[in-house]
Write a protein that binds this ligand. Structure first.
Ligand code: FAD
Ligand code: SIN
Length: 529
C-alpha cells in the first residue's frame, strides 16, 4: 500500500493530525492504522479534562506557565512551555468548532475544574468523560472525510528505514529516514509494507509495563519501541507518573481512575484509621503536584503496612458527587461504594510516561520524515513531572504544529519503491502464548517491585540485570518464531521497561517523579517537595 501520510494511532494526537492534513490537502491520501477498535485509546479514558487559560479575569498565561514549570521540577523546556500555553486557546476553540462539547456554567462560560499543581480553576471538561467526548467528536469528523482510510485491528510492527535496503545502501544516508512501516494484517495473516511520504507516530503510553496501571491494554509503548529500534532519540524515560488515586480493586487491569478533579472539588485523603496526612507532606495538601501526592501515599502505605488509603467525599453537598462525576459515581456504586457516604479505597497506579521519542517544536523526531505526537513523544513540556491535564493539550498543540510542517513538505517527498516486502509469515495468535504471558508477568513484576514510585540503587540494578536477560530472551524468541501481535507487544514492552529502568539507574539525583532513596542528598527539586 502507498500513502502520502501514514498515522499510527487513533487517539487525540493521531486523529487531530489526520483530520488537519486531510482537510488541507483533499487530494492527499491519509492512512490511519490502529491496533484495536478505532476508539480504544488512552484518550477515551481521560476524565479530568484539558488545561487551558480561558478566564482572563482570574487567570493568565503566566500562571499556567509557572504551574507547568513548577510541576516539571526544573526540567521543562521553558520556550516549549510558553509556546504550548499561549497556543492552547486557539486549539481549544478548534475542538469546540469540531463539535466537542465542554460543560458550561448557566451563563454560558466554560465550567472550569481544578486539579493538582494548578493555581487556578482552568480545566475544561465534559463531565468526567472528557476523553470519550473528544474521541466521539474527532472520529465523527474523520469518518466524513473521503481521503482518510482507517485500518483498524492492524498492528504496526516496525518503521521502515534505509536499513531495510541493505548495509551498502544504508551507508549512503547521512540521517536515518523513514519510508513508512511494516504492518501486521491479521485478516490476511501477513505483514503489509505501507510506504508513506510522511509517518506520524501517535501510539500513546506504556502503562502496561506495570502491574497496576490506569492505562488500557493498548498502552504497551509500541511507538517508543519502534522508534528506538529505528535509532531515533528517546529521552526522559525514568519520569513515569503514578496517579495517586486509582480505585482499589485487586486483580483489575486496567484500574479505574478516580479523577484528580474529585480532589479539586475538595475530597480528602485519609488513612485506614480516618487520619488525614497530606498536611504532613505539602502545604498544597491534596492538590500538590502528583509526584508529591503519590509519594506521600506510598510512604503512608509502607509505614502502616496497608494496601490502600481512602478518598473521602462524604462531606460534599448532597447530590454533588453524582452530578459532577457521574461515570465515577457509577463505577463506585457498581462495587457497592456510595461516594456520598462511603470512603473510596484508592492506590497509586502507573499513569503517564513523561519521556519518549524526542521531538522539536514542530513534532519532528531525529529521523527524517518521521513525526511523533501525544504521549509517545517527549516535547520538553512536562520535564520531570507532568502537570495534570496538560497532556491532551500537548497532543492538540503538537499535532497542529506537525501538520503545518508536514503539509508543506509532503509534495517534495518521493515514495521509496526499492523497499523490500516483508517475507516472513505472520499469525494472529502466537503458538507459545504461555511463554509470552509469563514474560509479560515477569516484566510487570520487575517494574512494580524495582522501578516504582520510590527507588533505590540495589533494586534498580537488580531490575536492570533481569530486564537485560529478558530482553535477550525475547529477541531470540522473536527471531525464531512466527510473528503475532502479542509477540510484537512483548518485544516493545521489554524494550520500554529496559529504557525506563536504565534511565532511572543512570540518574543520580532526585527530581520530579524520579525518587531514589540512595540519592536523597542530591535532591534537585526546585519547589518545596
Ligand atoms: P492514545 O490515546 O493512547 O492512542 C494511542 C493509539 O495508538 C491507539 O489507537 C492505539 O491502538 C494505537 N497504537 C499503539 N500501538 C500501535 C501499534 N503497534 N500499531 C497500531 N496502532 C497502535 N490527560 C489529560 O490531559 N487530561 C485528562 O483528564 C487525562 N485523564 C486520563 C485518564 C486516564 C484513565 C488515562 C489512562 C490517561 C489520562 N490522561 C489525561 C492522559 C491522556 O489521556 C493521554 O496521555 C492521551 O490521551 C494520549 O493520547 P495519544 O493520542 O498520544 O495516545
Ligand atoms: C485525572 O482526571 O485525574 C487525570 C488527569 C490527567 O491525567 O491529566
Amino acid at each position: 500500500m502507498n500513502t502520502d501520510f501514514l498515522i499510527i494511532g487513533s487517539g487525540i494526537a493521531g486523529l487531530t493530525f489526520a483530520l488537519k492534513v486531510a482537510r488541507k490537502l483533499p487530494g492527499a491520501s491519509v492512512t490511519l492504522v490502529t491496533k484495536g477498535d478505532e476508539s480504544e485509546t488512552n484518550t477515551k479514558y481521560a476524565q479530568g479534562g484539558i488545561a487551558v487559560v480561558t478566564d482572563l479575569t482570574k487567570d493568565d498565561y503566566a500562571q499556567h506557565i509557572n504551574d507547568t514549570i513548577t510541576a516539571g521540577d526544573g526540567l521543562c523546556d521553558e520556550t516549549i512551555v510558553r509556546m504550548v500555553i499561549n497556543e492552547a486557546p486557539a486549539r481549544l476553540q478548534e475542538l469546540i468548532d469540531l463539535g466537542v462539547e465542554f460543560d458550561r456554567e448557566p451563563g454560558g462560560q466554560l465550567d472550569l475544574g481544578r486539579e493538582g499543581g494548578h493555581s487556578q480553576n482552568r480545566i475544561v471538561h465534559h463531565k468526567d468523560i472528557t476523553g470519550q467526548e473528544v474521541e466521539r467528536a474527532l472520529l465523527k469528523q474523520i469518518h466524513s472525510l473521503p481521503n482518510i482510510k482507517i485500518v483498524s485491528h492492524c498492528y504496526a510492527v516496525d518503521l521502515i528505514t534505509e536499513h531495510h535496503l541493505g548495509k551498502e545502501i544504508a551507508r549512503g544516508y547521512n540521517t536515518t529516514t523513514c519510508f513508512g512501516a511494516y504492518v501486521l494484517d491479521p485478516v490476511n495473516n501477513r505483514i503489509e509494507k505501507i510506504l508513506s511520504k510522511i509517518t506520524m507516530l501517535a501510539t500513546g503510553g506504556a502503562g502496561q509495563v506495570y502491574r497496576y496501571t490506569t492505562n488500557p491494554l493498548i498502552a504497551t509503548g509500541d511507538g517508543i519501541g519502534m522508534a528506538y529500534r529505528a535509532k531515533g532519540v528517546i529521552e526522559n524515560m525514568e519520569f513515569v507518573q503514578f496517579h495517586p488515586t486509582a480505585l482499589f480493586k485487586p486483580g483489575e487491569n486496567p484500574m479505574f481512575l478516580i479523577s484528580e478533579a474529585v480532589r479539586g472539588k475538595g475530597a480528602i485523603l485519609k488513612n485506614k484509621d480516618g487520619g488525614e496526612f497530606m498536611n504532613n507532606y505539602d502545604k498544597q495538601r491534596e492538590l500538590a503536584p502528583r509526584d508529591i501526592v503519590a509519594r506521600a501515599i506510598d510512604s503512608e502505605l509502607k509505614a502502616r503496612g496497608d494496601d490502600f488509603i481512602y478518598l473521602d467525599c462524604a462531606h460534599f453537598p448532597a447530590g454533588q458527587f453524582a452530578k459532577n462525576f457521574p461515570n465515577i459515581f457509577r463505577a463506585c456504586m457498581d462495587i457497592g461504594i456510595d461516594p456520598s457516604k462511603d470512603r473510596i479505597p484508592v492506590v497509586p497506579a502507573a499513569h503517564f510516561v513523561c519521556g519518549g521519542i524526542k521531538t522539536d517544536d514542530l513534532g519532528r523526531t531525529s529521523i527524517n520524515h518521521l513525526y511523533a505526537c501525544g504521549e509517545c513523544a517527549s516535547t520538553g513540556l512536562h520535564g520531570a513531572n507532568r502537570l495534570a491535564s496538560n497532556s491532551l493539550l500537548e497532543a492538540v498543540v503538537f499535532s497542529h504544529r506537525a501538520f503545518t510542517d508536514a503539509s508543506g513538505k509532503v509534495e517534495n517527498i518521493n515514495l521509496n519503491s526499492a523497499i523490500p516486502e516483508w517475507n516472513e509469515p505472520a499469525t494472529t495468535k502466537a503458538d507459545e502464548m504461555v511463554l509470552i504471558t509469563q514474560t509479560i508477568a515477569d516484566i510487570k513484576s520487575i517494574m512494580s517491585n524495582y522501578v516504582g514510585i520510590v527507588r533505590n540503587d540495589l533494586r534498580l540494578s537488580r531490575g536492570l540485570s533481569r530486564l537485560r536477560n529478558l530482553f535477550k530472551e525475547v529477541r531470540s524468541f522473536y527471531n525464531t518464531n512466527v510473528l503475532s501481535p502479542q509477540l510484537c507487544e512483548l518485544r516493545n514492552m521489554v524494550t520500554v521497561a529496559l529504557l525506563i529502568t536504565r534511565s532511572a539507574y543512570i540518574r543520580d539525583e532526585n527530581r520530579g517523579l524520579h525518587f531514589n532513596k540512595d540519592h536523597v542528598k542530591n535532591t534537585k527539586s526546585q519547589s518545596p517537595r
